[in-house]
Ligand binder design. Sequence first.
Ligand SMILES: [Zn+2]
Length: 342
Amino acid sequence: MTAFAKIPATIVTGFLGAGKTTMIRHLLENANGRRIALVINEFGDIGVDGDILKSCGVEACGEDDIIELANGCICCTVADDFLPAIETLLKRADRLDHIIIETSGLALPKPLLKAFDWPEVRARLTVDGVIAVVDAAAVADGRFAEDAQALAARRADPSLDHDNPLEEVYEDQILCADIVVLNKTDLLRPSDAARVAVEVRKAARGATKVIAAQEGRVDIEIALGLKAGAEDDVAARPSHHDAEEGHDHDDFASFVLDVPALADAGSFIEKLAAVARSHDVLRIKGFLDVAGKPMRLLAQGVGARFRSQFDRPWGAAETRRGRLVVIGRKGLDRGAIEAALR
Ligand SMILES: [Zn+2]
């Protein structure tokens, strides 16, 4: 790479729980010698995704190559958080082949993309591509769809707001993408997977590639090296917020739940699933302390769909403690959720 070559950056967007971190981990594991740095942004006060990737032990990406921007949305804090992170990474540009930026599940990709048009960024970086990861099972369940009546009203009057704020975020992410990764297709019957693929294809721009994947397994030769130069193409990527000065994320809320050591993790996770269902929780994720176990338990739920695995031993100097981030729509009833889990 010459001193003047721009470093390619890939923006990975996608709704809460779509599988962004899993896909990035897969890319790191198949880096084929590429030196990749990560910028990770999460909604919620504890950085779970960064922690997952730091403990993955993949050589292509050491701890120093990961910058976490927790507690905020990268789309709202571009100047405060994102630009300093990029400056830090650029100090070791000579040891860097690619940057992957994981946005939070609620972030709008377009404001981030626009930051690449700033002269100091543009001079050094180019947006190789925007990848939107989609939870095919959530789409099949109608998670992002408005009810038919609201949809008909909006078609008749385009100035009407969406009733479903999830749909707005989801559409903004897809419309910004060069590639849509239709993830978790293994959770669907083939006929539903085909229907979802058609639906997503319709929602995306014509030039966008849609590829199916399971467990985020996407070929790195397809995902990186698109050379989209997306910073030159921002206007062609529509957003629901194009007409606005700014935007907010008031439609969503989150809190951190402290969980004491568990005697029976399985039954606790069943309780989590039940609470997620009854309170329409969008996402729960974090680490749990299971009594008598040397390893911490990584627990993640998308809606009421949960999975868990022991991810690494607790450190010798580390305090064992269970903490989960809970994310939902505005009005999420923290008191009732905590009471139900007690
Ligand atoms: Zn924002």
